[in-house]
Design a protein around this ligand. Sequence first.
Ligand code: AMP
Length: 285
Amino acid sequence: MLVLNTRKKIEESLNVFWQDKKRIGFVPTMGYLHQGHMELVREAKKTSDLVIVSIFVNPAQFNQAEDFNNYPKSLEKDTAMLESEGVEILYIPDAEDFYPNEIPKIKIQLPGMMDYLCGATRPGHFDGVLLVLSKFFHIIKPSHCYMGLKDFQQYKIVKRFSEILNFPIQIIGIETVRESDGLAMSSRNARLNEKEREAANLIPRALKLAEKLIHEGESDLNSLLEILSDVMKSSSLLKIDYLEIVDPELLTPIAKIQNQMLVATAVFVGSIRLIDNIQISTEKG
Ligand code: AMP
């Protein structure tokens, strides 16, 4: 596996793949890899001529310095994991090379899609995500980009943004990989203490309950949200940042039950903010 740090090195290595119009699968990450990331990598490996994974804790998308500074790192282990999956290139951008001047401040608005969920509670977050991914897309010129549905809003926004700007890249969403008790795998889980880790499984439990209740005929979304919120509030360690039921295409809140719904939540477990979601369909079959 080649480990590269600069745009020039990427260009030198990928030139022949671009010329031959090879299928380049790209998996952007912030490192501290777990099986959720590896599922993206495995899916990319299945279908690509070459897989490139990036590890970059992008300062532009953090709205809290503490979260950025404490973001866990394990470069040696990450490298070994990627190597064992047969990844061809690991791109760890040198910050100076990636942002040669100061980090640019850009503002991107996709009204509706960005107004709720993390868009409302993490101001500037998606501006940073779209900035870094646009740069990656130009530097790497992948044909496919693999993203997790755990970050459902991010996936939808990136997909829409790429379509609007005609990036010739297919954005592929991969199902959330979970721990045995249902907690969505996340690099941030490593920062939970034992009690917090135990309490955190109320998040997937609440989401699964939403699915069960809807399938059993619950149609009052407000009372459903109250039930879910009570489940999570049964631990004093959990503080809900948001809990909403939205249209999975528009990402705007819905008041009435519909065929396809997304229940999405962000919860502080102690000081660690975790997100998760579940897609619920009322269609039979
Ligand atoms: P991150 O390193 O947290 O920026 O995540 C990098 C990519 O991995 C994003 O596309 C995430 O959505 C995806 N990802 C993170 N956790 C999971 C998970 N548990 N299952 C599937 N994909 C995930």
